[in-house]
Design a protein around this ligand. Structure first.
Ligand code: ATP
Ligand code: MG
Length: 274
């Protein structure tokens, strides 16, 4: 394996957007597989009771012995609950409907928003990247994700209301940064399901670039049916059809993310201490 010293301890990133169906899970699965294909050690945490990241990684969410729910309530550890995605070449901390009960259990716990972070701390050394696929809410589960992460990756569609929804999420990230997790940063915005033929999408894309500058990833994921078909085969899109336009875009995104992480690590090193 090829481990860069600059990224020796896992980078923990949430894939988040409180809007439903914008491509979070597709991004989480394909980014995990793209990084694994570059010999990175990856854990994909499924923080959504829908369990789509689990299923899309080729793991039957209803047949796993343990899942994130037991980890969050302290009945299990990530080391015990993780499962290998043979299809993707990465580990998965699976989820299923049971996880929806976690909200209620967590409310009664001390440090209710820190449970995932505490669990992840034990496996930080096992991975180069830990990716957290968030549910489409700003719930206690998502808060656990944001409290655990170094950064947030926001997949978004270039639609009319996209920027409006984005400001809620950016404000939440700022609040979490201020009150719960000072390490949390916005890593970047990824434009997904992009259709170059739609003028409105080009306009919104340009607006996003104006607003967010170099926080916008250069890689753009096109609308591509192969990406949508892949989960029903239990495969990441980049494994299902690695020559598809969607797969190529996610591989390019993986490379771009690694470059961005290295640049950030160097900047941190250059920062004066104290
Ligand atoms: P949720 O909010 O429910 O968790 P999500 O944000 O995780 O949804 P996905 O499940 O990744 O979104 O995607 C929603 C749907 O769009 C899925 O059917 C998926 O296969 C499809 N999809 C995602 N990205 C693309 C793409 N680039 N091209 C075509 N279809 C896509
Ligand atoms: Mg999802």
């Amino acid at each position: 394996m090829n481990h860069d010293t600059a990224i020796a301890v896992a980078n923990v990133f949430c894939i988040a957007n409180q809007k439903g169906g914008v491509g979070k899970t597709t991004t989480a699965i394909n980014l995990a597989a793209a990084l694994a294909a570059m010999d990175k050690r990856v854990l994909l945490v499924d923080l959504d009771p829908q369990g789509n990241a689990t299923m899309g990684s080729g793991i039957d969410k209803n047949k796993v012995e343990q899942n994130l729910y037991q980890v969050l309530i302290g009945d299990s550890t990530i080391a015990q609950a993780r499962v290998r995605s043979e299809a993707g070449g990465y580990d998965v901390l699976p989820a299923n409907r049971e996880l929806s009960g976690a909200e209620i259990d967590l409310i009664q716990m001390d440090q209710r928003e820190q449970q995932l972070k505490q669990a992840i701390e034990h496996v930080l050394g096992d991975y180069d990247f830990i990716l957290i696929d968030c549910p489409p809410t700003l719930s206690l589960l998502t808060l656990n994700g944001l409290a655990s992460a170094h950064g947030v990756i926001i997949p978004m569609q270039c639609e009319y209301f996209a920027l409006e929804g984005l400001s809620d999420l950016v404000n939440t990230i700022k609040r979490v940064h201020r009150n719960i997790n000072p390490e949390l940063q916005l890593i970047g915005l990824l434009r997904v399901m992009f259709d170059t033929r739609v003028t409105l999408q080009q306009q919104v894309s340009a607006q996003i670039e104006t607003h967010f500058g170099d926080k916008v990833f250069k890689a753009v994921v096109p609308r591509n049916v192969r990406l949508a078909e892949a989960p029903s085969h239990g495969l990441p899109g980049i494994v299902y059809d690695k020559n598809s336009r969607g797969a190529k875009a996610y591989i390019e995104f993986g490379h771009e993310l690694i470059k961005r992480v290295k640049k950030e690590a160097l900047r941190q090193l250059a920062r004066p201490r104290g």
